[in-house]
Design a protein around this ligand. Structure first.
Ligand code: SF4
Ligand code: SF4
Length: 325
């Protein structure tokens, strides 16, 4: 059962180092024109971003040995060199390779996989990602452990799954490289170059929920993202739409559970796109003072095993009835 503190107020120690800029302004809330994203948090180089000191405060605040063990493991995995690209590329049609990659990603441990054409609008300002294709991986987070949100066991589970995402994305990139197709892994949350949520939406991993995370038709919001970049021509999946966006318009479960009331009831225009949006300046202090919160993703009905898939089926039946009216 998630713990939802009442009457929470921000820690003065954290607020003392809060930068003199709104994270919502960095994110482009209220901006009508499109532009590339800027790093607001989870930078691989925290001192280079305005909220870097706050990111470092999170590390200093969340020092449970289980956190540190997962972080060390992830860092070690990131240091491991990729295998060389084999000199001769195995041939195959885009359809054959897409099917092989999907099967391999699932065999390596991903729970969801989708393909999209890489879009420069997803690349953080100041970075270049010259790859043609992105293969996005969904890595499941254990729902029962997430019931401990916003406390340490849930936070450790999230870091554990990011570590697994690093492992799977590196293994898939190596699998392609060994077959003569250049590829590079990309993993959250310190992805460094790409904001993975829009890539995952384009790759058909789900719809954006009111809580600012993706809702997948099988995993709900209990999953994390990783990816592989390649120049291969693959069959793109396209966005998935199953009614979650409409459902969110009438649902308030996540917003009612969010202690700092960060989940906005209406869509916002963010860098030229109208979408659900979480108030960064409200969410982050609570996220940091707990073990990375996670309340909103676990209380979402789509995340509950059995309930989420039934909900998706019900939405499909309702859409079918609407189409035949
Ligand atoms: S809890 Fe409700 S409103 Fe929030 S993301 Fe899930 S379905 Fe949407
Ligand atoms: S992660 Fe942020 S938006 Fe979600 S419940 Fe926690 S504080 Fe609210």
């Amino acid at each position: 059962m998630v713990r939802v503190p009442k009457d929470w107020s921000p820690d003065p120690g954290q607020m003392a180092i809060w930068p003199d800029v709104s994270g919502n302004a960095i994110n482009g809330q209220g901006e009508d024109a499109t532009r590339r994203p800027q790093h607001v948090y989870w930078s691989p180089d925290p001192p280079s971003i305005p909220f870097g000191q706050v990111q470092l405060w999170f590390y200093g605040h969340n020092t449970d040995p289980a956190f540190n063990e997962q972080r060390s493991r992830r860092a070690a995995l990131q240091q491991e060199p990729l295998v060389p690209v084999a000199p001769v590329a195995e041939p195959g049609s885009p359809g054959d390779w897409t099917a092989r990659i999907q099967a391999e990603a699932l065999a390596l441990g991903a729970e969801a996989v989708g393909v999209a054409r890489m879009n420069p609008d997803w690349v953080f300002e100041g970075h270049a990602v010259p790859w043609r294709t992105i293969i996005v991986l969904g890595i499941a987070v254990d729902y029962d452990t997430m019931q401990e949100a916003p406390d340490v066991p849930a936070g450790v589970e999230v870091v554990r799954q990011y570590t697994r995402g690093t492992e799977v994305s590196k293994a898939l990139a190596n699998w392609l490289r060994a077959r003569g197709h250049d590829a590079e892994p990309e993993y959250g949350p310190l992805s460094g170059e790409i904001t993975l949520i829009p890539a995952a939406l384009a790759a058909g991993l789900g719809e954006l929920g009111k809580h600012g995370s993706i809702i997948n038709r099988e995993l709900g919001s209990c999953f994390r993202l990783a990816a592989v970049l390649t120049d291969m021509e693959l069959v793109e999946d396209g966005p998935d739409s199953f009614g979650a966006d409409d459902f969110c318009a009438a649902c308030q479960i996540c917003s009612n559970h969010c202690p700092p009331e960060a989940i906005l009831p209406e869509k916002q225009t963010v860098r030229g796109v109208e979408k659900w949006y979480v108030d960064f300046d409200r969410c982050l202090p609570f996220f940091n003072e707990t073990a990375g919160c996670g309340i909103c993703v676990v209380v979402c009905p789509f995340s509950r095993p059995g309930v989420g898939t039934n909900l998706v089926a019900k939405l499909a039946r309702r859409a079918g009835r609407g189409a035949s009216d």
